[in-house]
Design a binder for this molecule. Structure first.
Ligand code: BDR
Ligand code: CA
Length: 368
Protein backbone atom coordinates (compact mmCIF):
# COMPACT_ATOMS: atom_id res chain seq x y z
CA UNK A 1 0.00 0.00 0.00
CA UNK A 2 2.81 2.39 0.98
CA UNK A 3 4.52 1.55 -2.31
CA UNK A 4 1.32 2.31 -4.27
CA UNK A 5 0.87 5.58 -2.44
CA UNK A 6 4.45 6.55 -3.24
CA UNK A 7 3.91 5.69 -6.88
CA UNK A 8 0.74 7.79 -7.02
CA UNK A 9 2.57 10.62 -5.30
CA UNK A 10 5.45 10.42 -7.78
CA UNK A 11 2.95 10.45 -10.64
CA UNK A 12 1.14 13.46 -9.17
CA UNK A 13 4.41 15.33 -8.65
CA UNK A 14 5.47 14.62 -12.25
CA UNK A 15 2.10 15.76 -13.62
CA UNK A 16 2.23 18.86 -11.46
CA UNK A 17 5.71 19.72 -12.73
CA UNK A 18 4.60 19.19 -16.34
CA UNK A 19 1.57 21.39 -15.77
CA UNK A 20 3.69 24.15 -14.25
CA UNK A 21 6.00 24.00 -17.26
CA UNK A 22 2.95 24.20 -19.55
CA UNK A 23 1.52 27.20 -17.75
CA UNK A 24 4.81 29.06 -17.38
CA UNK A 25 6.27 28.30 -20.80
CA UNK A 26 9.18 26.26 -19.47
CA UNK A 27 11.01 23.60 -21.52
CA UNK A 28 9.53 22.76 -24.90
CA UNK A 29 6.00 23.44 -23.65
CA UNK A 30 3.99 26.46 -24.65
CA UNK A 31 2.48 28.70 -22.00
CA UNK A 32 -1.31 28.98 -21.85
CA UNK A 33 -1.01 32.53 -20.49
CA UNK A 34 1.59 33.40 -23.12
CA UNK A 35 -0.71 32.06 -25.82
CA UNK A 36 -3.57 34.14 -24.50
CA UNK A 37 -1.55 37.31 -24.65
CA UNK A 38 0.16 36.76 -27.99
CA UNK A 39 -2.42 35.09 -30.22
CA UNK A 40 -4.86 37.18 -32.26
CA UNK A 41 -7.83 36.58 -29.98
CA UNK A 42 -10.58 37.54 -32.40
CA UNK A 43 -9.56 34.92 -34.90
CA UNK A 44 -8.58 32.30 -32.32
CA UNK A 45 -11.79 32.56 -30.40
CA UNK A 46 -14.30 33.21 -33.13
CA UNK A 47 -16.91 30.43 -33.00
CA UNK A 48 -15.79 27.69 -35.32
CA UNK A 49 -18.23 26.64 -37.99
CA UNK A 50 -20.68 24.23 -36.41
CA UNK A 51 -22.46 21.43 -38.25
CA UNK A 52 -23.23 23.15 -41.51
CA UNK A 53 -24.90 20.62 -43.82
CA UNK A 54 -23.35 22.23 -46.90
CA UNK A 55 -19.82 21.75 -45.55
CA UNK A 56 -20.18 17.98 -44.96
CA UNK A 57 -20.14 16.14 -41.65
CA UNK A 58 -18.11 17.80 -38.87
CA UNK A 59 -15.25 15.54 -37.76
CA UNK A 60 -15.27 15.25 -33.99
CA UNK A 61 -14.03 13.26 -31.01
CA UNK A 62 -16.28 12.84 -27.99
CA UNK A 63 -14.47 12.62 -24.65
CA UNK A 64 -16.93 11.24 -22.13
CA UNK A 65 -17.67 9.61 -18.74
CA UNK A 66 -21.02 7.84 -19.31
CA UNK A 67 -23.13 8.66 -17.21
CA UNK A 68 -26.82 8.85 -18.13
CA UNK A 69 -26.75 12.22 -19.90
CA UNK A 70 -23.52 11.22 -21.68
CA UNK A 71 -25.42 8.23 -23.11
CA UNK A 72 -28.11 10.53 -24.52
CA UNK A 73 -25.41 12.84 -25.94
CA UNK A 74 -23.64 9.94 -27.66
CA UNK A 75 -26.89 8.52 -29.08
CA UNK A 76 -27.76 11.98 -30.42
CA UNK A 77 -24.33 12.40 -32.00
CA UNK A 78 -24.31 8.92 -33.54
CA UNK A 79 -27.79 9.49 -34.95
CA UNK A 80 -26.58 12.44 -37.03
CA UNK A 81 -24.27 10.62 -39.46
CA UNK A 82 -24.93 13.15 -42.20
CA UNK A 83 -23.86 16.05 -39.96
CA UNK A 84 -21.34 14.64 -37.49
CA UNK A 85 -18.43 12.38 -38.31
CA UNK A 86 -17.69 10.87 -34.89
CA UNK A 87 -14.10 9.64 -35.15
CA UNK A 88 -13.93 8.06 -31.68
CA UNK A 89 -15.29 8.00 -28.17
CA UNK A 90 -12.54 8.57 -25.61
CA UNK A 91 -13.45 7.75 -22.04
CA UNK A 92 -12.33 9.08 -18.69
CA UNK A 93 -13.05 8.46 -15.02
CA UNK A 94 -15.75 10.84 -13.79
CA UNK A 95 -19.32 9.95 -13.00
CA UNK A 96 -18.03 6.47 -12.16
CA UNK A 97 -14.73 4.62 -12.43
CA UNK A 98 -13.05 4.25 -15.81
CA UNK A 99 -13.85 0.52 -16.12
CA UNK A 100 -17.55 1.45 -16.11
CA UNK A 101 -17.38 4.60 -18.26
CA UNK A 102 -15.37 2.69 -20.90
CA UNK A 103 -17.82 -0.23 -20.77
CA UNK A 104 -20.83 2.09 -20.94
CA UNK A 105 -19.47 3.89 -24.02
CA UNK A 106 -19.12 0.50 -25.71
CA UNK A 107 -22.69 -0.31 -24.70
CA UNK A 108 -23.97 2.87 -26.36
CA UNK A 109 -22.00 2.09 -29.50
CA UNK A 110 -23.78 -1.25 -29.65
CA UNK A 111 -27.22 0.30 -29.05
CA UNK A 112 -26.56 2.69 -31.93
CA UNK A 113 -25.16 -0.13 -34.08
CA UNK A 114 -22.00 1.84 -34.87
CA UNK A 115 -19.14 -0.71 -34.78
CA UNK A 116 -17.13 1.71 -36.93
CA UNK A 117 -16.61 4.10 -33.98
CA UNK A 118 -13.63 3.07 -31.82
CA UNK A 119 -13.82 3.46 -28.04
CA UNK A 120 -10.60 4.26 -26.14
CA UNK A 121 -10.09 4.23 -22.39
CA UNK A 122 -8.11 7.14 -20.99
CA UNK A 123 -7.18 8.50 -17.58
CA UNK A 124 -8.40 6.50 -14.61
CA UNK A 125 -7.96 9.37 -12.16
CA UNK A 126 -7.71 13.17 -12.16
CA UNK A 127 -4.36 14.95 -12.63
CA UNK A 128 -3.77 15.93 -9.02
CA UNK A 129 -6.80 15.86 -6.79
CA UNK A 130 -8.31 12.81 -5.11
CA UNK A 131 -10.84 11.08 -7.38
CA UNK A 132 -14.53 11.80 -6.86
CA UNK A 133 -17.52 10.14 -8.51
CA UNK A 134 -21.25 10.83 -8.90
CA UNK A 135 -22.70 7.36 -8.26
CA UNK A 136 -25.52 8.88 -6.21
CA UNK A 137 -26.74 10.59 -9.41
CA UNK A 138 -25.88 7.99 -12.07
CA UNK A 139 -25.90 4.72 -10.10
CA UNK A 140 -22.92 2.61 -9.05
CA UNK A 141 -22.14 1.59 -12.65
CA UNK A 142 -23.02 4.90 -14.32
CA UNK A 143 -26.34 4.02 -15.97
CA UNK A 144 -29.66 3.01 -14.42
CA UNK A 145 -33.13 2.25 -15.79
CA UNK A 146 -31.84 -0.22 -18.40
CA UNK A 147 -30.26 -3.66 -18.42
CA UNK A 148 -26.48 -3.40 -18.26
CA UNK A 149 -24.55 -5.91 -20.41
CA UNK A 150 -21.00 -6.67 -21.45
CA UNK A 151 -20.72 -5.44 -25.06
CA UNK A 152 -19.24 -7.78 -27.66
CA UNK A 153 -16.86 -5.32 -29.28
CA UNK A 154 -13.74 -4.60 -27.21
CA UNK A 155 -11.95 -1.35 -26.48
CA UNK A 156 -9.56 -0.04 -29.11
CA UNK A 157 -5.88 -0.67 -28.32
CA UNK A 158 -3.86 2.13 -26.74
CA UNK A 159 -4.87 4.89 -24.38
CA UNK A 160 -7.26 7.73 -25.15
CA UNK A 161 -4.49 10.27 -24.49
CA UNK A 162 -2.20 8.56 -26.98
CA UNK A 163 -5.06 8.44 -29.50
CA UNK A 164 -5.75 12.17 -29.06
CA UNK A 165 -2.06 13.00 -29.50
CA UNK A 166 -1.56 10.86 -32.59
CA UNK A 167 -4.83 11.89 -34.23
CA UNK A 168 -4.43 15.60 -33.60
CA UNK A 169 -0.80 15.65 -34.73
CA UNK A 170 -1.78 13.97 -37.99
CA UNK A 171 -4.95 16.04 -38.52
CA UNK A 172 -5.28 18.83 -41.07
CA UNK A 173 -4.85 22.26 -39.43
CA UNK A 174 -7.83 23.32 -37.27
CA UNK A 175 -9.92 20.42 -38.54
CA UNK A 176 -11.15 18.45 -35.52
CA UNK A 177 -13.80 19.43 -32.97
CA UNK A 178 -13.38 18.01 -29.46
CA UNK A 179 -16.49 17.61 -27.31
CA UNK A 180 -15.78 17.06 -23.60
CA UNK A 181 -18.62 15.63 -21.54
CA UNK A 182 -16.68 14.72 -18.41
CA UNK A 183 -13.63 15.89 -16.48
CA UNK A 184 -11.09 17.27 -18.98
CA UNK A 185 -8.22 15.04 -17.82
CA UNK A 186 -7.57 13.29 -21.17
CA UNK A 187 -7.43 16.48 -23.20
CA UNK A 188 -5.32 18.32 -20.61
CA UNK A 189 -2.83 15.47 -20.42
CA UNK A 190 -2.56 15.38 -24.22
CA UNK A 191 -2.04 19.18 -24.33
CA UNK A 192 0.62 19.01 -21.64
CA UNK A 193 2.54 16.16 -23.21
CA UNK A 194 2.30 17.48 -26.79
CA UNK A 195 1.23 21.14 -26.96
CA UNK A 196 1.70 20.97 -30.72
CA UNK A 197 -1.56 18.97 -30.96
CA UNK A 198 -3.29 22.34 -30.79
CA UNK A 199 -2.71 22.62 -34.49
CA UNK A 200 -5.36 19.97 -35.28
CA UNK A 201 -8.10 21.39 -33.04
CA UNK A 202 -10.81 23.53 -34.59
CA UNK A 203 -12.90 24.06 -31.47
CA UNK A 204 -13.58 22.54 -28.07
CA UNK A 205 -17.18 22.25 -26.91
CA UNK A 206 -17.24 21.58 -23.18
CA UNK A 207 -20.08 20.68 -20.87
CA UNK A 208 -18.95 22.10 -17.57
CA UNK A 209 -18.84 25.02 -15.20
CA UNK A 210 -21.45 27.24 -13.63
CA UNK A 211 -21.81 30.93 -12.92
CA UNK A 212 -25.34 32.31 -12.50
CA UNK A 213 -26.72 28.92 -11.49
CA UNK A 214 -24.28 28.05 -8.71
CA UNK A 215 -22.71 24.62 -8.46
CA UNK A 216 -24.18 21.13 -8.39
CA UNK A 217 -21.43 19.33 -6.49
CA UNK A 218 -20.45 22.17 -4.13
CA UNK A 219 -22.21 25.53 -3.76
CA UNK A 220 -19.61 26.98 -6.13
CA UNK A 221 -18.57 24.20 -8.51
CA UNK A 222 -20.04 22.10 -11.28
CA UNK A 223 -19.15 18.38 -11.28
CA UNK A 224 -16.97 18.06 -14.42
CA UNK A 225 -14.73 20.96 -13.44
CA UNK A 226 -14.66 20.06 -9.75
CA UNK A 227 -13.70 16.47 -10.59
CA UNK A 228 -10.47 17.74 -12.18
CA UNK A 229 -10.00 21.52 -11.77
CA UNK A 230 -6.33 21.35 -12.78
CA UNK A 231 -7.26 19.77 -16.10
CA UNK A 232 -10.01 22.33 -16.72
CA UNK A 233 -7.49 25.07 -15.93
CA UNK A 234 -5.18 23.77 -18.66
CA UNK A 235 -8.04 23.72 -21.18
CA UNK A 236 -9.27 27.23 -20.30
CA UNK A 237 -5.69 28.54 -20.55
CA UNK A 238 -4.97 26.77 -23.83
CA UNK A 239 -6.04 29.70 -26.01
CA UNK A 240 -8.02 27.27 -28.20
CA UNK A 241 -11.50 28.24 -29.42
CA UNK A 242 -13.78 27.06 -26.64
CA UNK A 243 -17.54 26.99 -26.22
CA UNK A 244 -18.86 26.16 -22.76
CA UNK A 245 -22.28 24.71 -22.01
CA UNK A 246 -22.56 25.35 -18.24
CA UNK A 247 -25.27 24.65 -15.70
CA UNK A 248 -26.49 28.18 -16.41
CA UNK A 249 -28.14 26.84 -19.54
CA UNK A 250 -28.56 23.11 -18.83
CA UNK A 251 -30.58 23.75 -15.67
CA UNK A 252 -33.07 25.66 -17.80
CA UNK A 253 -33.47 22.96 -20.49
CA UNK A 254 -35.47 20.38 -18.62
CA UNK A 255 -37.25 17.15 -19.41
CA UNK A 256 -40.97 16.78 -18.80
CA UNK A 257 -43.03 13.56 -18.68
CA UNK A 258 -44.38 14.48 -22.15
CA UNK A 259 -40.89 15.00 -23.61
CA UNK A 260 -39.71 11.65 -22.29
CA UNK A 261 -42.92 10.01 -23.46
CA UNK A 262 -42.34 11.27 -27.00
CA UNK A 263 -38.97 9.52 -27.00
CA UNK A 264 -40.59 6.27 -25.90
CA UNK A 265 -43.32 6.65 -28.51
CA UNK A 266 -40.77 6.73 -31.35
CA UNK A 267 -41.15 2.97 -31.05
CA UNK A 268 -37.51 2.00 -31.67
CA UNK A 269 -34.89 0.64 -29.27
CA UNK A 270 -32.96 3.92 -29.01
CA UNK A 271 -36.08 5.87 -28.03
CA UNK A 272 -37.00 3.29 -25.39
CA UNK A 273 -33.48 3.22 -23.95
CA UNK A 274 -33.29 7.02 -23.82
CA UNK A 275 -36.72 7.23 -22.15
CA UNK A 276 -35.92 4.48 -19.62
CA UNK A 277 -32.57 6.05 -18.72
CA UNK A 278 -34.03 9.56 -18.44
CA UNK A 279 -36.96 8.39 -16.33
CA UNK A 280 -34.52 6.93 -13.80
CA UNK A 281 -31.94 9.74 -14.02
CA UNK A 282 -34.10 12.85 -13.73
CA UNK A 283 -35.55 11.77 -10.39
CA UNK A 284 -32.39 12.85 -8.57
CA UNK A 285 -32.35 16.38 -10.04
CA UNK A 286 -36.07 16.91 -9.58
CA UNK A 287 -35.75 16.01 -5.90
CA UNK A 288 -32.41 17.73 -5.27
CA UNK A 289 -33.18 21.07 -6.97
CA UNK A 290 -36.95 21.14 -6.84
CA UNK A 291 -36.96 21.49 -10.63
CA UNK A 292 -40.02 20.54 -12.69
CA UNK A 293 -37.84 18.22 -14.83
CA UNK A 294 -34.26 17.07 -15.20
CA UNK A 295 -31.42 18.60 -17.24
CA UNK A 296 -29.79 16.47 -19.95
CA UNK A 297 -26.52 18.41 -19.61
CA UNK A 298 -24.21 16.56 -22.00
CA UNK A 299 -26.70 16.12 -24.82
CA UNK A 300 -27.04 19.90 -24.95
CA UNK A 301 -23.50 20.13 -26.39
CA UNK A 302 -24.53 18.00 -29.37
CA UNK A 303 -27.71 20.05 -29.73
CA UNK A 304 -25.47 23.11 -29.92
CA UNK A 305 -23.33 21.52 -32.63
CA UNK A 306 -26.35 20.54 -34.69
CA UNK A 307 -28.41 23.70 -34.22
CA UNK A 308 -26.30 26.55 -32.83
CA UNK A 309 -29.06 29.04 -33.58
CA UNK A 310 -31.04 27.58 -30.69
CA UNK A 311 -28.45 28.95 -28.22
CA UNK A 312 -27.27 32.31 -26.96
CA UNK A 313 -24.14 33.27 -25.07
CA UNK A 314 -21.25 35.68 -25.02
CA UNK A 315 -17.48 35.74 -25.10
CA UNK A 316 -16.04 36.00 -21.59
CA UNK A 317 -12.90 35.46 -19.57
CA UNK A 318 -13.09 32.33 -17.42
CA UNK A 319 -10.64 31.23 -14.76
CA UNK A 320 -10.80 28.03 -12.74
CA UNK A 321 -10.19 28.19 -9.02
CA UNK A 322 -7.59 25.48 -8.38
CA UNK A 323 -7.04 26.36 -4.70
CA UNK A 324 -8.48 23.78 -2.35
CA UNK A 325 -11.18 25.44 -0.26
CA UNK A 326 -14.86 26.33 -0.53
CA UNK A 327 -14.52 27.58 -4.11
CA UNK A 328 -12.27 24.75 -5.36
CA UNK A 329 -13.25 23.96 -8.97
CA UNK A 330 -15.42 27.06 -9.42
CA UNK A 331 -15.44 28.71 -12.83
CA UNK A 332 -14.92 32.43 -12.25
CA UNK A 333 -16.68 34.07 -15.17
CA UNK A 334 -16.07 37.74 -15.93
CA UNK A 335 -19.52 38.11 -17.49
CA UNK A 336 -19.56 41.92 -17.25
CA UNK A 337 -15.91 42.41 -18.28
CA UNK A 338 -14.91 43.79 -14.91
CA UNK A 339 -11.27 42.77 -15.28
CA UNK A 340 -10.75 43.38 -19.02
CA UNK A 341 -8.88 40.06 -19.07
CA UNK A 342 -8.83 38.50 -22.55
CA UNK A 343 -11.88 36.49 -23.55
CA UNK A 344 -11.10 32.79 -23.62
CA UNK A 345 -14.52 31.14 -23.97
CA UNK A 346 -17.98 31.46 -25.41
CA UNK A 347 -20.27 31.05 -22.40
CA UNK A 348 -23.77 29.80 -23.27
CA UNK A 349 -26.64 30.98 -21.07
CA UNK A 350 -29.81 30.46 -23.11
CA UNK A 351 -31.25 27.60 -25.15
CA UNK A 352 -34.48 26.73 -26.93
CA UNK A 353 -35.72 23.86 -24.75
CA UNK A 354 -38.59 22.64 -26.90
CA UNK A 355 -36.44 23.00 -30.01
CA UNK A 356 -33.80 20.82 -28.37
CA UNK A 357 -36.25 18.04 -27.37
CA UNK A 358 -37.86 18.14 -30.82
CA UNK A 359 -34.40 17.69 -32.34
CA UNK A 360 -33.56 14.84 -29.95
CA UNK A 361 -36.80 13.04 -30.78
CA UNK A 362 -36.39 13.47 -34.53
CA UNK A 363 -32.76 12.31 -34.41
CA UNK A 364 -33.21 9.26 -32.20
CA UNK A 365 -35.89 8.07 -34.63
CA UNK A 366 -33.00 7.51 -37.10
CA UNK A 367 -31.36 4.90 -34.85
CA UNK A 368 -32.27 1.21 -34.54
C1 BDR B 1 -22.06 16.94 -15.60
O1 BDR B 1 -21.65 16.09 -14.53
C2 BDR B 1 -21.99 14.76 -14.81
O2 BDR B 1 -22.58 14.16 -13.69
C3 BDR B 1 -22.89 14.77 -16.02
O3 BDR B 1 -22.65 13.63 -16.82
C4 BDR B 1 -22.49 16.03 -16.73
O4 BDR B 1 -21.41 15.81 -17.60
C5 BDR B 1 -23.12 17.88 -15.09
O5 BDR B 1 -22.60 18.64 -14.04
CA1 CA C 1 -20.74 13.57 -18.28
Amino acid sequence: MAKLNNLLLDEAVAVHAARRRFLTGGGKLLAGSLLLSTLPMQTTLAAATVANPAAGPVPLIIDTDPGADDVIAILLALSARDRLDVKALTTVAGNVQLRYTARNARMVREWANRPDVPVYAGCSRPMLRAPIYAAEVHGAEGVTGVKIFEPKQPLAKGSAVQYLVETLLAAAPASLTIVTLGPQTNLAMALIEHPEIRQGIKEIIMMGGAHFNGGNITPAAEFNVFADPHAADVVFKSGLPLTVIPLDVTHKMLTSPERIDRLRKIGNNAGKIAADILDAYVEYDIKQYGLPGGPVHDATTIGYLLKPDMFKGRMVNVEVDTREGPTFGATVVDYYRATKKPENARWITEGDTQGFFDLLTAQLAKLP
